[in-house]
Design a protein around this ligand. Structure first.
Ligand SMILES: [Zn+2]
Length: 173
């Protein structure tokens, strides 16, 4: 930390596949298989550290429609302020000049800038709720039904639809 000044310093970190695999454990999404990168500029602002950077990584998750791998390229700008934990917790910290909208505030121990958690959060944030291999993915059922005959086997019908079908059959007769 002591080498940091207001002019700042650039850092380039590889974002390792093995690390991402670890932090995303239990998540449906995982690394594609290539290391990504994190480029950051750290600069000191009083006791705080301003972090500006860019995170690039590619994740893959099963497509919500067809279960084929859906690629999730991530290229995000990072911008936040690391604030010594003791101060960020103090509710009466009068010297807070920035507002929450201006920058994300991440507490740190005042000495060591650790970006792991920020990067992990950013990756998780970028995983879509419904990953799709492509915007117009036809989905698994559409593909298999159109390939088969138009006669849908009875047992595959949603049982809740059966009364409706019977009703329609009656009307036809
Ligand atoms: Zn798909």
């Amino acid at each position: 930390m002591s080498e940091l000044d207001t002019a700042g310093k650039e850092y380039h970190f590889p974002v390792r596949v093995s690390w991402v695999r670890g932090v995303l454990e239990g998540n449906e999404a995982g690394p594609v298989g290539e290391d990504g990168k994190l480029d950051v500029r750290l600069s000191r602002s009083g006791t705080d550290v301003v972090v500006l950077g860019r995170l690039q990584f590619e994740l893959v998750a099963p497509c919500a429609r067809c279960l084929e791998p859906a690629r999730i390229p991530i290229d995000e700008k990072l911008s936040f302020l690391m604030v010594p934990a003791a101060r960020s917790k103090a509710p009466d910290a009068e010297e807070y000049e920035f507002s929450a909208e201006e920058a994300d505030v991440v507490p740190f121990d005042g000495e060591n800038v650790v970006l792991d958690e920020v990067v992990r959060d950013e990756l998780v944030l970028q995983i879509p709720m419904i990953p799709l291999c492509s915007e117009d993915c036809p989905g698994m059922s559409a593909g298999s039904i159109s390939g088969a005959s138009s006669e849908v086997p009875q047992e595959s019908l949603d049982p809740r639809l059966l009364p409706l079908l019977r009703f329609k059959n009656l009307k036809k007769e």
